[in-house]
Design a protein around this ligand. Structure first.
Ligand code: HGY
Ligand code: MN
Ligand code: MN
Length: 409
C-alpha cells in the first residue's frame, strides 16, 4: 500500500465516541459487562455499522460478531479484532479501539475502491474481560477451540446467571460454528493500558507477546460467631485468613521476578458488621512473563494455604477461573508492525503486553500481531482511561497498512 494512504481520523474518533455513549458512566467511562443489556446495545450498534459498510455479518454460537469484507480470492482471511465488553469501571478505549479500528480499515478500503486479495474480517469477541463470566478471553478461547460451547454456556456469574441463558436473552446465540472463518493472520490494535509508552516519550508499541495469567477463586470457610463476645483466640476468622493470603500473594511479588498479584473480588458472608464471617470468597489474579516463575508463585501460595488454614481452623477450596501460558508472537508479525510504524514516520518500540487479549487465543491459530498506543497516565480499567486522537489515529493507520499488506502478500 502506498505509504501516503491514511484512514479517516475524524471518522474513527466519531465512531469510538458513538460506542462510548452506550453504557456511558457518570465518571466518563463505560460499563458494558458481557451479555448485559448495555453489551447487547453495543452489539446491535456494531452490527448496524458493519451492515452499513456492506460487510457480510455472521454471529457464531458464543456470540462472536464477524463482519467480512470479501476479497478477490476464497481462502483464509486477515482478521482484525478485539472486544466491546468492558469491566465494571471501564473506559472508552479498551477493546473498542481495536474493533472500531478494524471498521475504519475496511471503510478506508471501500472509500478507495480497493479490494484485497484475501478477505479482511473484523471480529468483536464475546466476554474478553472475564469481569462477569470466567475465563477472560472466553469468546476467542472458544473460537480457538480451547473451550467447548457447551462448557462455556454453563459458566455462571457471581449472581448465578448462566452464560448460555444470557446469550439467548440478548439474542446473540448465533448459528455459526466458532472458528468458522479460517485465519491467515490476526492483528489487534489496543491501548497499552500501562505507563511504558507514555513514560518513554510516546509512539507505537510493537507487541512481542503476552504474559502468563492465572486466576484463582478461593472459598474460605470459618465459624460464624459474635464479633463482641467471642475471645480472639477462639475465633475461626475467614476474613483474617483472606487478608493473610492477600498479604502473602503480595510478598511473593517482592520475591519472584516479574510476579504480579491482585485480589480484585472479596465477598464475606453473611457480611454483617458484628459477625465473624462464615465464608469468604476471594479471587486472585496472578501474572508473570515467565511460566516457570508464575508456577513457582502459585505453588508457594498453595503451600501457604495448606499450612496456615488448619492452624486457624479454616477450610479452603480453590478453583481455577483462568489459566493461560505466556504467549510470544511470531517474529515476522512484530517486524511488520515495526516496519509499518517506520514507513509512517512513527517512533516504535518492542514491548510485552501486561494485559490479556484475544490475540493470546488467536496466536494458537495463526501468525498474530498487536499494535499498542499510549495510555495517558498509564490508566486503564478506569473511567479516566484516555488516549489522544493523534495516537489512536496513528495506531489505526498502522493497522490499515499491516492488514492490507497481509491481505495481499
Ligand atoms: O485482564 C486482562 O488482562 C484483560 O483486560 N482481560
Ligand atoms: Mn482489552
Ligand atoms: Mn480490559
Amino acid at each position: 500500500m502506498q505509504s501516503n494512504i491514511r484512514i479517516d481520523g475524524p471518522r474513527l474518533v466519531s465512531r469510538l465516541m458513538s460506542l462510548a455513549k452506550i453504557g456511558a458512566t457518570p465518571e466518563g467511562g463505560c460499563r458494558r459487562l458481557a451479555l448485559s443489556d448495555e453489551d447487547r446495545q453495543g452489539r446491535d450498534w456494531l452490527v448496524g455499522q458493519m451492515q452499513a459498510l456492506g460487510l457480510e455479518v455472521k454471529i457464531d454460537a458464543i456470540g462472536n460478531i464477524v463482519g467480512i469484507l470479501k476479497g478477490q480470492e476464497d481462502g483464509p482471511a486477515v482478521i482484525l479484532g478485539s472486544h466491546i465488553d468492558t469491566v465494571g469501571s471501564g473506559g472508552r478505549y479498551d477493546g473498542a479501539l481495536g474493533v472500531i479500528g478494524g471498521l475504519e480499515v475496511v471503510a478506508t478500503l471501500r472509500d478507495l475502491g480497493l479490494q484485497p486479495k484475501r478477505d479482511i474480517a473484523v471480529i468483536a469477541f464475546t466476554n474478553e474481560e472475564g469481569a462477569r463470566f470466567h475465563p477472560d478471553m472466553l469468546g476467542s478461547y472458544v473460537w480457538a477451540g480451547g473451550l467447548s460451547v457447551k462448557d462455556a454456556y454453563a459458566e455462571k456469574d457471581a449472581d448465578g446467571a448462566v452464560l448460555g441463558e444470557e446469550l439467548r436473552r440478548i439474542g446473540y446465540d448465533g448459528p455459526e460454528k466458532p472458528g468458522f472463518l479460517k485465519a491467515h493472520a490476526y492483528f489487534e490494535l489496543h491501548i497499552e493500558q500501562g505507563p511504558v509508552l507514555e513514560q518513554e516519550g510516546g509512539g507505537i508499541g510493537a507487541v512481542t507477546g503476552i504474559q502468563a495469567i492465572t486466576w484463582l477463586e478461593l472459598v474460605l470457610g470459618g465459624q460464624p460467631n459474635h464479633g463482641g463476645t467471642t475471645p480472639m483466640k477462639y475465633r475461626k476468622d475467614a476474613g483474617l485468613m483472606a487478608a493473610r493470603i492477600n498479604l502473602f500473594a503480595h510478598e511473593l511479588t517482592h520475591r519472584i521476578p516479574g510476579q504480579l498479584a491482585n485480589m480484585g473480588f472479596i465477598r464475606t458472608e453473611p457480611g454483617n458488621v458484628n459477625v465473624v464471617p462464615e465464608r469468604v470468597t476471594v479471587t486472585l489474579d496472578m501474572r508473570n512473563p515467565s511460566d516457570e516463575n508464575l508456577a513457582e508463585a502459585e505453588a508457594a501460595l498453595r503451600d501457604f494455604i495448606a499450612r496456615e488454614c488448619p492452624n486457624y481452623g479454616i477450610t479452603c477450596s480453590i478453583r481455577d477461573l483462568a489459566r493461560f501460558p505466556a504467549t510470544p508472537f511470531a517474529e515476522p508479525m512484530i517486524a511488520r508492525v515495526e516496519a509499518a510504524a517506520k514507513t509512517l514516520g512513527l517512533p516504535v518500540r518492542r514491548m510485552i503486553s501486561g494485559a490479556g487479549h484475544d490475540a493470546q487465543m488467536m496466536a494458537r491459530l495463526c501468525p498474530t500481531g498487536m499494535v499498542f498506543v499510549p495510555s495517558i497516565g498509564g490508566l486503564s480499567h478506569n473511567p479516566k482511561e484516555y488516549s489522544t486522537d493523534e495516537d489512536i489515529v496513528a495506531g489505526a493507520n498502522i493497522l490499515l497498512h499491516v492488514a492490507w499488506d497481509a491481505a495481499n502478500a
